[in-house]
Write a protein that binds this ligand. Sequence first.
Ligand code: IMP
Ligand code: MG
Length: 182
Amino acid sequence: MPHRPYIIDQMISAKSIAAKIENLAREIEQEFQGTDKLVVVGLLRGSFVFIADLVRELDLPVEVDFLEASSYGDGMESSREVRIFKDLRGAIEGRDVLVVEDIIDTGHTLAHVHDYLETKHPACLKSIALLDKPARREVDYRASWTGFEIPDEFVVGYGIDFAQRNRNLPYIGKVRFTDEDG
Ligand code: IMP
Ligand code: MG
C-alpha cells in the first residue's frame, strides 16, 4: 500500500482514450493488412486494459500472448534493470508481432523487450504504447505508435498502477500527494 496520502486528478478521460484507440486501430489494420500471422503481445501487468480494448477494435485475425517484464519495484522510479518474469507461451518465429505497452518512460523496458523478442526471429516487430513521457527518456526507443504524449507526471489508471493500486480506474489520472504543497 502506498504510505503517503494522495488524490488522483483526471488527465485523460475514458472517452478520449476510446477515441484514440479507434484511430490507432485503423492505422494498425493498414500496417498489418492481409496478414494472418499477427500476434499481439501485452506486457503485464500495466497493458492488460489497453490490450483488451485495442484487440477488440482490430478487424484482423489476431492471437494474443503475454510477457511480463519489469523495471519498477513498488516505487515511482525505474530501476533501469529489466527482467523477464514470464515468457511468451507461443513461438513467434516468422510471425508478425505487435508489442503493447502501457507507458514509455525511460525507455529501458521496451528497448530490452524489443531486443529480447528479436532473438526469437519474428518476421516483423512493431510496438505500441498508450502513453509516452518523452522528457524522461534515457535510451532512444521509439514505439511504432503512441497514443498520448504526457508531461513528466506519475500517472495511474486504465491498467497503470501506483504500488499495485488504481489499475481499475477507467481514466488516466495523475497522482498528487496531499501531504505537501502544490
Ligand atoms: P521505462 O522502462 O522507464 O520506460 O518504464 C516503463 C514502465 O514503468 C511502464 O511499463 C510502467 O509500468 C512504469 N511506469 C512508467 N511511468 C509510470 C507512471 O507514471 N505510473 C505508473 N507506472 C509507470
Ligand atoms: Mg509496466
